[in-house]
Unconditional design. Sequence first.
Lengths: 414, 414
Amino acid sequence: MKIQALKGMRDLLPAEQSLRDYIQGKILETYRAAGFERISTPMLEDMENLDKSEGGDNLNLIFKVMKRGEKLTAALASGDPKELSDMGLRYDLTLPLSRYYAANRNELPNPFKVIQTDRVFRAERPQKGRLREFVQCDIDILGDSSPNAEVELIDVTTRALLNIGFTGFTVNINDRRILRGMLESMGFAPETLDSVCITFDKMDKIGAEGVRAELTEKQLPAEAINALSDFIAAGDVTLDAVAARCADPAIADDLKYVLSTASALAAGRYAVAYCPSLVRGQGYYTGMVFEVTCPQFAGAVAGGGRYDNMVGKFIGQQVPAVGFSIGFERVCGILLEQGYQIPGAKAKLALLYQKGDDFAAVLHQAEALREQYNVTVLAQGKKLGKQLGQLEAAGFVGAAFAGKEEIKLFSERN
Amino acid sequence: MKIQALKGMRDLLPAEQSLRDYIQGKILETYRAAGFERISTPMLEDMENLDKSEGGDNLNLIFKVMKRGEKLTAALASGDPKELSDMGLRYDLTLPLSRYYAANRNELPNPFKVIQTDRVFRAERPQKGRLREFVQCDIDILGDSSPNAEVELIDVTTRALLNIGFTGFTVNINDRRILRGMLESMGFAPETLDSVCITFDKMDKIGAEGVRAELTEKQLPAEAINALSDFIAAGDVTLDAVAARCADPAIADDLKYVLSTASALAAGRYAVAYCPSLVRGQGYYTGMVFEVTCPQFAGAVAGGGRYDNMVGKFIGQQVPAVGFSIGFERVCGILLEQGYQIPGAKAKLALLYQKGDDFAAVLHQAEALREQYNVTVLAQGKKLGKQLGQLEAAGFVGAAFAGKEEIKLFSERN
């Protein structure tokens, strides 16, 4: 039998699990204090729902569950591989939330401020840092179309990050519609915008000429390429400059409002920045998008945006929605790497008993010691000194002995 | 698109999720105080491992995940439906724990006292009370062959149940080997024992004659049937009477030790009883088995047993192991039904703001109020009286208003 966890999935050792539980607890505490309420949905969703969810590349990464019994027999007979599966493991928490809201909205408050934190699955090609099963930590506001919803999500998410000891980060904000409006006005066709954005996003690294070269290689229209690289070459890509090329001024006004209000709330504890090239991968985003980055780590530690059309797909009636997701694996990985210690954890004590001791009395003694310690009951080994050394190495602060009052603290031993 | 959760799986509304989080937290607190450490493993396991795991009927209930890409193409070409799947959703937490221990044992303490609490999946025929996705809450001790491991699991699990307000339960204990030894000595063939046990388990309801009738209907050997029904008819089925028909007296001694020690620990807070017909379904149990039942609810709220051969399948070397699992869904369902209230939860307050208010200042005010309340920031509605009524109905204790110090507590309103 195979003893390793499946590729791209992880067994968690006790120390890492404790850290994760602590961090998840702190994040939940911050979210709940802000009036957000936790829900949960099944790990599995209907395959048709997943297929129609505009999840971008993630739709190619769905783990599909096979039909069972007679339905499987019928599917096999049909010869169509698409028929073999009726449900799939969720690739994010946004599609399930939209379905959930549609199903349960009569019992939910309006606006609905909601927490989800649980596992999602993506059949990524296994490689370093790419997990196939990972935890997301999301908050969403459904039923509020005002940009205050964006501001509140940014406020609460950044407070959660600060509360777990995360510092030195930047909240990057953009509105997809402004960026896409500008690129379309320059002559790029709508279906090429994703590809253009990927190149545009590299402007800080490769400069106006680099952008021009890469877009030319992608065989995009020369006129549009010239317009974009001239625009970049002209100096700082400011929100005003981009907005001037976008049709609807209200979109830029809302973005400015979110940027200035979030900056005021940051009060210097973190940075808030307009990021003209930010788009986020998911196809379901309809307006503002945001991302938290740290200069010392590649990639984002949190990301989100507005997705006003997703719930409407289920109920035929638009429900404004915006969400912000903390990349839990990434955040935990960074904190672990930095040698994070859980503050205020109860000290571990071993209670050693010997063969023949009254075991019920031993367990009573353990329970009494638990006022002060987390107490592990263990049979005393033949070599006590060696056993005590192992316990100390495993993080125990000391040992007590069955039937005796004295506690031997390792810090007092000489 | 389909808005309901998949059959046999559940969307959890905020109130139920809060209760579950609270109960899980209390259970974890009890387990951790006793020196047990939480780990986690992936939801998916290798299909071959699952197939070979002696999970009894559960092996027929595995949700299988389809291969992807070229491997799927090859599997389809092979024409063998068994080839289509390479992994499956776990049906319990015991197989994954055994694999985990095999993979990570060099980094784990000995004995290893471990907590697992997470979702498992079984493709049950959907019906009331049968979930296809549900949470189990397990503790296990690996590396301890003494019956003190059984005693400790019973002590810690019952304390967890008591700590969440569960009372009036009985811990039923048996050793499979004693029961099977007696039945074999009476002339039942080993492969019929499961079926015999199911009938034997009904003796309290149907009596010796009922047992005789049902076993006769099952076409089992008349001589064995006579021996068993005479045995039941002779009076109370005591441990001594059963043990007298079993070859190894040490097995009965260990069972008596666990029964008497667990009774001493119970100190009248719950009952501990020998249950001669208890077997538990899983094929992997090798010795003692236990189950917690409540007279007012059908079925068990917790169950477990010793499984000394499971880890050995992975590493070719026996590792003694025993586990106890709380049926989390059942326990939460019962507590919800009883109108359980979460003690000491922070009160919910709404902070209402109006269009044009400085939203950064509103969020600052909310943060200050969070010293005392969980504070939800909401836009003030056009009809304030109606909005306040809705908030009160939703469990808020009162409302504050942007820029004002006063807090309107609903309990003070007249």
